[in-house]
Design a protein around this ligand. Sequence first.
Ligand code: ADP
Ligand code: MG
Length: 695
Amino acid sequence: MSSVQYLKGIGPAKAKLFERLEIFSVEDLLHYYPRTYQDRRENAPNAGLNPPSLVVFKGRVLRAHTVPARSVLIFKAFLCDAQNNQIECTWFKRRTFRNFRFDPFAQLKKDFKMNAEIWVIGRRENRNNFFDNKINVEEYYPAADPASAWQAGRITPVYGLTEGLTNKQMRQYMHEALTAAEAEGEPDILPPSLAEKRKFLGSAQALHAVHFPSSLAELENARARLAYEEFLLLATAWGIKRTQKNISAKNYTYQIKKHLLTPFRKNLGFDFTNSQKKVINEIFADLQSPRPMNRLLQGDVGSGKTLVALSAMLLAAENGYQSALMAPTEILAEQHYLTFQKILKKLKVSVAVLTSSTKTPERKKILSALADGSLSVVVGTHALLQDDVQFKNLKLAVIDEQHRFGVRQRGKLKEKTEKLDLLTMTATPIPRTLALALYGDLAVSTLTELPPGRRPIATQMADEYRANHIVAEEVQKGRQAYIVYPLIEESENISAKAVSEEFEKLKAVFPKYKLAMLHGQMSRTEKESVMKDFAAHKTDILVATPVIEVGIDVPNATVMVIQNAERFGLASLHQLRGRVGRGEHDSRCILVAQHQGSVARERLKIICDTCDGFKIGERDMQLRGPGEILGTRQSGELEFKAGDLFKDRNILQWAIEDRDELLAADPLLQKPEHAAFKKRLLELYQKNWHLIDLS
Ligand code: ADP
Ligand code: MG
């Protein structure tokens, strides 16, 4: 569609401002939805929408004049509103002596003629006095001015702005854009049967109403429709992909031979929890079924997901297939490697680790072993996704902490081979409808219990002095501690420096104990040796950035101190806390908050009150929105303009139901009434995702 510059009043300079809001075309502008609304109707029946000091009324001018004063020029207008209240409106202008003939109030004098009817929007001079009839005017519109029809006397939109743009201008441009679009008459993409079933407004009406609603009920319908449309498009894309996948069965099978699985279980030293057994059965059933597996394993921090994954990987090895496990950080990949190596050595199953800091000769060896099939199990980071990593017969991929990876990265592993069984794992639980929307057709397994003997981790807020005291107490008893500092401005670089400084200070605080430091800027060998020393209890206190957030497993560590705790998301705090409480001793987590606003306090209280990761996840979803948590926000994937995956989950549910109905009736969207919908679907998803093929 045409550039915004084509609209009246927008030149190249204004267009630059729009670019900052990522608005390039008229279409973009139309889909730039209001941040909120003001009720500017007479008597404002929904004044709850408005800030308390806002005043909106239509009045008749009684008198208006300039007021002589020394350093400023003042213009006053007295208006009479519908209830016969007299309201005093004031404008100030600095006096300038440069141009005597210029009258800054010329326009006001013209507009505020006696008996003129004028819409006034302003703020009470005295914000706390509700009966104060003196106001500072922000906007006014003579009732005779056509612009008053979309600027006042109705529910008006309030947009997110950038410097140089005002809401008054935005409403003006939006009005222009809507008029242009309505003249053009874009087709409604929603299948008519569904729009009717859900009693939605037509698309042009909905678009108009989301900017300029005639009532709150109309606004609600419009918003729901726009959200539904976005969800339905995504759900349909997944639905089509699912059908296509069903048609194509796997060309390989698994047999449970047990020559690896039985000794593996015997050597563990403990039995699987019932939950683990159930989940392993679910996974094995998937692997043996003719369709490729796509299963999400969710389980709280410490619930034992790694061994579940390893069981599946061993079944692959029993059948002569390769398997890969991908983790979001090097430290975690290394740790999985160490765990696997210990177990797999006895079983004579080969395993290697591949990250971006794997040295070239080592990397070459691993790549050729993967290509010729002599390496059965590989653990790594996103380094596994590189094009030159090729497998002889990769059949099973596991993605740990999958929410740390983008949709595209997850998809890339599958491109390595023709057919693949995929197991994704997460400690951040996802409501079922959300999982469906995000990952399409997906089976979910949940670990509902922790291994026996785990005790809740006592969590409290404390100041730094008290925190250090607790650390000293525990170390004295022979335990170990973590002290974690947040990432500063998302930069490992600066954080490393901050941690180094704190590290020096802490050495003075704990002169008797051995301290070590860990951050993302250290080399792989350095990190590895620090982790090894800590695991072997050669050091007592580990001072670190959140690089240790996921997966680290040292049972003798019993204290986790989190500095600047208010800077962490709930999920991160819960993950960090999960680094302790892994052994036989009681463990504690201390949150040290520097800035304690009430919001921060409320969030930290949630962590103190519960150790249940599923409850925490739910609250986090409410507080921050799912995009932030599932890591889809930064990448821009699954960003919805109208819909909110969490708040609108009932609408999402409708979309999923209706998608099934739609595809049952017309699997490839060949009916003429679905043509517009299909066209939009392909525009949106075919290019970006390689998801669907409707040819
Ligand atoms: P997460 O689910 O957070 O990835 P891990 O897989 O790292 O948890 O497991 C945490 C710890 O629990 C590990 O030390 C692991 O060896 C241990 N563990 C796993 N399953 C059991 C079990 N059934 N009984 C006892 N300990 C177990
Ligand atoms: Mg884990």
